[in-house]
Design a protein around this ligand. Structure first.
Ligand SMILES: [Fe+2]
Length: 189
C-alpha cells in the first residue's frame, strides 16, 4: 500500500511535471519536494527497497507511472560501486538517504548534442552528497557523470526521480569518444 507521504509526493510531482515544458523549471519545482521526501522516507520504504548487490549498485523500483512520465527508484551503493560514465536523456532529481554519494562530472567539449561518436569529454568537478542533500540535472546538453561510493566509505542509499521510465541510458567510452544506449536493470517493487 502506498503511504500518504509517497502518494502526496507522487501526486505533486505529477502535477508539476504535467504543466512543465522546460526541464530546468521541473527540477526547480521538484527539488524541495525531494528534500521533504527524504525526511519521510522511513514511512514508505520497505526492506525490499534496501536490497543491495555485492556485484553492482542495485536499483529498486518504488514507482513507475503507467504513462512512462515519471519513475522513482531507491539505489543502494556498496563501497566501490560506480555507474559507468553516462547521461539519462531526461531530467532527474536525486536525494540522499544515507552515506555519502559521490558525483564526478564530465563536460562535453564537442558541439554534438545528439551525436554518438566524435564526442570529446573533459573531466569536471566532484561533489559529495551527504544525507539530506538534493541534486538535479537536465538534458540537452546532456548531463554526463559518474556516480557512486568510494571504497572505504560506508554504503549509500539514494532516491532518484526521473522524467521517464529509466530503463536505459547512454553510456560513454571516454577514450573512444563514443556513446551507446544500454538497458539498465532494476528490481521490481
Ligand atoms: Fe546519473
Amino acid at each position: 500500500m502506498t503511504s500518504p507521504a509517497l502518494s502526496t509526493f507522487l501526486s505533486r510531482a505529477s502535477g508539476l511535471t504535467d504543466g512543465c515544458t522546460e526541464p530546468a523549471d521541473c527540477v526547480l519545482a521538484l527539488a524541495p519536494l525531494m528534500g521533504d521526501l527524504i525526511e519521510q522516507a522511513e514511512s514508505f520504504l520497505e526492506p525490499r527497497h534496501y536490497r543491495g548487490d555485492p556485484a553492482r549498485y542495485s536499483r529498486n523500483l518504488v514507482h513507475a507511472a503507467p504513462d512512462g512520465s515519471l519513475s522513482l527508484y531507491v539505489i543502494v551503493w556498496q563501497p566501490g560501486q560506480w555507474t559507468p560514465v553516462h547521461d539519462h536523456g531526461s531530467w532527474g532529481v536525486v536525494g540522499v538517504l544515507a552515506g555519502v554519494l559521490e558525483e564526478r562530472s564530465y563536460v562535453r567539449l564537442s558541439p554534438d548534442r545528439g551525436a554518438h561518436s566524435g564526442i570529446e569529454l573533459a573531466r569536471g568537478g566532484v561533489i559529495l552528497l551527504a544525507r539530506g542533500a538534493v541534486t538535479s540535472f537536465v538534458p540537452n546538453p546532456d548531463h554526463i557523470h559518474v556516480t557512486g561510493v568510494a571504497a572505504g566509505r560506508p554504503p549509500a542509499v539514494s532516491l532518484h526521480l526521473y522524467g521517464r521510465t529509466m530503463s536505459d541510458f547512454n553510456t560513454y567510452d571516454v577514450a573512444a569518444g563514443t556513446r551507446q544506449r544500454v538497458s539498465v536493470a532494476h528490481n521490481e517493487s
